[in-house]
Design a protein around this ligand. Structure first.
Ligand code: KG4
Ligand code: ZN
Length: 335
């Protein structure tokens, strides 16, 4: 059987990324041009700046990916691209690049949902076993997704306000740390002790939904109250307390979802899956559930990349999913 080569393009936020995947699971090229340095001084991603950087980078990143894989366009079977959700101007650069390539080289175009991409990063680690649950924790999303087969996604729980990564970034900002704050809080948390009592939003009995805005506000209020009263709170203890609260809710709800849906695998996905405390807590909890296989991708496949888009695109391609040259960016796309 002939090899399947899929080229993936991801530009939904602040990384211009292109990757090439062989037979759905092997990384032949994985190029990520990060814009973090340009957004840092604004304390977050500036959409207009993101779009401009994508325009400047996209052609170079595509060429670099082909070079890494030692391939020419004639050998690529299809082009997969993130169609949404994300920043509309940023998404449009990737979608238009993909359409131009598909048209010029007469290749099929495969639309990919960004979260499906995050989930399929796990298939670059191991083969998926259904049914499974994926815990998706990123800057824009916090979701528990049930999958009974390839390409089938059922959201069983989601955040009602802030995403986990968003809460990390806002708390980091309150503690005067640079964007993106997640990794800084993670590092600081390991130097502190969770001595500060912070809320945990369990929501209604049985709910798999999340809420992090109350926790975020509690941290901000704690900092402001301390400042007003001239009390010093050790930032590492606050980071540790915040991190413990986030992880406690994420892990307990995930543990319950895994039991209720009787799954064979638990996948972890998204930028916050890079969190050392979360990884350790999941490993510890699921070591007590040997019937469930815990899969956590390496850090570089947790944060935004195009290998995950090409991995999801490979499965969608084989399922016959195609987009026409009228494909549009869809910033609010549902999975
Ligand atoms: O998946 P991602 O790269 O982009 C989105 O699709 O949102 O996730 C980025 C998010 C940011 O909020 C960042 O602060 C967070 O992931 N993040 C972390 C860590 N590394 C990245 N949060 C907590 N701990 C980390 N180690
Ligand atoms: Zn993402």
């Amino acid at each position: 059987k002939k090899d399947l080569w899929i080229l993936g393009i991801e530009t939904s936020c602040d990384e211009t990324a292109v990757a090439i995947i062989k037979n759905g699971r092997e990384i032949a090229a994985n190029v990520v041009a990060s814009q973090i340095e340009s957004h840092k001084r604004f304390g977050g991603v500036v959409p207009e700046i993101a779009s401009r950087h994508h325009v400047e980078q996209i052609t170079l990143v595509i060429e670099e990916a082909l070079h890494q894989a030692n391939l020419t366009f004639s050998e690529i079977d299809a082009i997969a691209v993130t169609e949404g959700p994300g920043l509309v101007g940023a998404l449009l650069i990737g979608v238009n690049a993909a359409k131009a390539l598909a048209f010029a080289h007469n290749k099929p175009l495969v639309p990919v949902h960004h979260i499906a991409g995050h989930i399929y990063a796990n298939r670059l680690v191991t083969e998926l076993k259904f049914p499974l649950v994926a815990l998706v924790v990123s800057g824009g999303h916090t979701e528990l997704v049930y999958m009974k087969e390839h390409g089938h996604f059922e959201v069983i729980g989601e955040t009602r306000d802030d995403a986990a990564g968003e809460a990390y970034d806002k708390v980091a900002r309150t503690l005067n740390m640079p964007y993106p704050g997640g990794p800084h809080i993670d590092r600081l948390a390991h130097e502190g002790t969770p001595t500060i009592n912070l809320p945990r939003a369990w929501l209604e009995e049985g709910s798999f939904d999340f809420s992090f805005s109350g926790l975020k506000s509690a941290v901000i209020n704690t900092v402001h109250n301390a400042e007003q009263r001239g009390v010093v709170i050790a930032p590492e203890d606050l980071a540790a307390s915040f991190q413990e609260s986030v992880i406690d809710v994420l892990v307990k709800k995930t543990e319950r979802a895994v039991a209720e849906y009787k799954v064979k695998q638990l996948l972890v996905a998204g930028g916050v899956a890079a969190n050392k405390g979360l990884r350790r807590a999941l490993e510890e909890t699921f070591s007590k559930h040997p019937e469930v296989e815990l899969v956590i991708p390496p850090l570089s496949l947790c944060t935004d990349n195009a290998a995950m888009i090409a991995a999801a695109g490979s499965v969608m391609f084989e399922k016959g999913i195609r987009a026409g040259l009228n494909l549009n960016a869809n910033p609010g796309l549902d999975i």
